[in-house]
Write a protein that binds this ligand. Structure first.
Ligand code: CO
Length: 134
C-alpha cells in the first residue's frame, strides 16, 4: 500500500533559523516560505534528491503544531508523509484494521494541492503519519 516517502516534517520555533541550518550549514536547496493559513503553519520545503524535508513554523493562535512545540521547544520531527495511490482505499483498509484516522476522516487538500489524511500516532509506532495521494 505504501509508496514513496513524500516528506518528513520538522516543527521549528524559528523558521529563519531552521532555513539557515538547512541552507548554510547543510548546503541544501530551501524554498521561499509559504503561508498555509488553512493549516496554521508557514512551511519551507527542503529539496533532497530522494525526498523532501518540510520545516513547519506555527502560524496564528490555533496552530496545530503549537502544542508539539510547547512539549519540544527546540523543535522536532512532527510527522512523516507516505504516498499512496488511492487515499480512500487506503483509509478504508486502515479503518477496517482498527486504525484511527484523525479529523472527520475525509481527505483534506495538503500543502502540495493533493488529498491528505493524518493517522493517529498511537496506532503507528508513536509517529504521526500523513498519507498523500500521489
Ligand atoms: Co506533511
Amino acid at each position: 500500500m505504501l509508496g514513496r516517502l513524500n516528506h518528513v516534517a520538522i516543527a521549528v520555533p524559528d523558521l529563519e533559523a531552521g532555513c539557515q541550518v538547512y541552507s548554510a550549514m547543510l548546503g541544501a536547496t530551501v524554498s521561499e516560505p509559504q503561508i498555509e493559513a488553512d493549516h496554521g503553519v508557514t512551511v519551507v520545503f527542503v529539496e533532497l534528491p530522494n525526498t523532501k524535508i518540510e520545516l513547519l513554523e506555527p502560524l496564528g493562535d490555533n496552530s496545530p503544531i503549537q502544542a508539539f512545540l510547547d512539549k519540544n521547544p527546540s523543535g522536532g520531527i512532527h510527522h512523516v508523509c507516505y504516498e499512496v495511490e488511492d487515499i480512500i482505499a487506503a483509509r478504508d483498509h486502515l479503518k477496517a484494521e482498527g486504525a484511527r484516522v484523525l479529523g472527520d476522516g475525509e481527505p483534506k487538500t495538503g500543502a502540495h494541492g493533493k488529498p491528505v489524511l493524518f493517522l493517529h500516532p498511537k496506532d503507528f509506532c508513536g509517529t504521526l503519519v500523513e498519507l498523500e495521494q500521489a
